[in-house]
Design a protein around this ligand. Structure first.
Ligand code: EPZ
Length: 423
């Protein structure tokens, strides 16, 4: 397994291009199953999770070709010939559940393995199932699989209020509703930019959707969707992660493609910490003034609140802040795996349930660390950039799920970072 070695201490200067969003791309790829015509996605990120979704869609009979070294994906659901998403693929990536809604809507049937828990929490899929049931789906859970069947006339429109906000359940319901008969109203829907991106892609394909980006989305079902070309939205989590790099170790970095509206609540916290963020013509420029950053309190919430996917990276910054910060994780029950690893680097952190109290220290120290989750892994790299000496982050396959060429992007702005190939 590959490792990454970071030597801390150098301020960063330059530009980092931000890729297309992993989580948006993982949602729009299954949309190809809704149509017989081709769907082309541009600005796709080159990540192992995208390759896993490719494998899953291909196992269903879809064609997926990676062009321009993976930045363009040509998909076609023309020859859909299998409605079973196998455990062997689903267990690798929870986002596989996103084929359920499209398969059910297009083929009237779907058999999808239940994803099971993962490192950051139990993560059930009950809301995905309840929304589809409201549209008339008959569901049966057997041997670890959801067996779903649409009623004889196909799925029908429904009014469904999510009891809690779920990104994935909103995406599944939204895709299914595009081919359902009649109108679907999704209330308490997720408002994340990835939902807006999916709605824009579906609209390009001929779907009738209103209200994406608000908590009520209305979808008028149509008989068929057609082909389209769609650019994947910028990755706001990759953006936030790289904005934290100069915030942590000093310097000035422009994140190309970054937009303030994607990271509003995160930027408010950076500002409170004393980090300067400026909109430029090409993105967002981040600079750290001299001296330590201020402690700030953070509560993770659905969009437009502070994203859970930036909590670990923000904690890395706050480890060297002046004073005590409290981070409350409200989305996932077990998302502080990075805390004990940061403590190996000299951080002072106390975790009680969903709350972590971080008392800033002047300097972190390099150490051998590892993490079991993508965002936790990258937080350790950020911490390594600020630490004295060398930090070795092992098990970086988690990182490769969500960050393309992290070592290249950071070394281009002056970081001392390299990948060591493992067996
Ligand atoms: C998406 O996961 C993202 N993944 C996650 O990205 C992100 O952390 C999360 O949204 C929250 O923003 C993708 O888009 C592929 P949820 P998702 O359904 O859709 C509970 C990353 O690092 N819940 O919004 O699975 C759930 O357990 C990651 O890139 C139910 O109880 O998240 C959680 O507590 C990891 N029942 C909360 O809702 C359900 O049926 C929010 O989860 C569904 C969810």
């Amino acid at each position: 397994m590959d490792s990454i070695i970071v030597t801390g201490g150098s301020p960063l200067h330059g530009q980092i291009p931000i890729a297309g969003a992993k989580n948006a791309c993982l949602a729009v790829m299954p949309a190809a199953l809704l149509s017989e015509e081709p769907l082309t996605l541009t600005n796709a990120p080159r990540l192992s999770d995208i390759r896993t979704m490719t494998e899953l869609l291909q196992s269903l009979g879809a064609e997926v070709t990676h062009l321009q070294s993976g930045q363009v994906l040509a998909l076609s659901g023309h020859d859909l010939n299998n409605v079973t998403a196998d455990y062997e693929i689903v267990r690798k990536m929870r986002a596989s559940i996103l084929v359920l809604g499209p398969l059910l809507a297009r083929a009237g049937r779907a058999v999808v393995s239940l994803p099971g828990g993962c490192a950051i929490g139990a993560r059930p899929v009950d809301l995905h199932l309840r929304a589809l049931e409201a549209m008339g789906a008959e569901l049966d859970l057997r041997e670890g699989y959801v067996h779903a069947k649409a009623p004889p006339g196909g799925l029908h429109g429904a009014e469904f209020e999510f009891p809690m906000v779920s990104v994935g359940a909103t995406e599944n319901a939204l895709m299914a509703a595009t081919l359902a008969k009649g109108t679907t109203v999704l209330k308490n829907a997720a408002r994340e930019p990835e939902i807006v991106d999916l709605a824009q892609c579906l609209r390009q394909m001929g779907a009738k959707i209103e209200g994406e980006g608000t908590s009520t989305i209305t979808i008028e079902g149509t008989d068929r969707l057609h082909g389209a070309t769609h650019p994947v939205v910028v990755d706001r989590i990759e953006l936030g992660t790289y904005m934290l790099a100069p915030a942590i170790c000093g310097g000035e970095v422009e994140c190309l493609g970054g937009r303030m509206e994607l990271v509003g609540s995160f930027c408010e916290k950076l500002d409170a910490a004393g980090i300067h963020v400026e909109e430029t013509e090409r993105g967002l420029k981040v600079a750290r003034r001299n001296g330590r950053v201020n402690a700030v309190n953070v509560v993770t919430e659905p969009f437009p609140g502070f994203p859970t996917d930036l909590q670990a990276q923000m904690m890395a910054l706050l480890c060297t802040a002046e004073g005590t910060s409290v981070l409350e994780e409200r989305i996932f029950e077990n998302r502080f795996m990075h805390a004990p690893e940061l403590m190996r680097m000299g951080a002072s952190i106390e975790v009680h349930g969903g709350t972590a109290t971080v008392t800033g220290v002047e300097r972190l120290k390099g150490a051998r660390v590892m993490a079991t989750d993508l965002r936790a892994s990258v937080s350790l790299i950020l911490a390594g950039l600020a630490a004295e000496g060398e930090t070795l982050v092992s098990r970086v396959y988690h990182l490769d799920r969500g960050y393309e060429r992290v070592e290249e992007k950071l070394s281009a702005v002056g970081a001392t970072i390299e990948r060591v190939k493992g067996e």
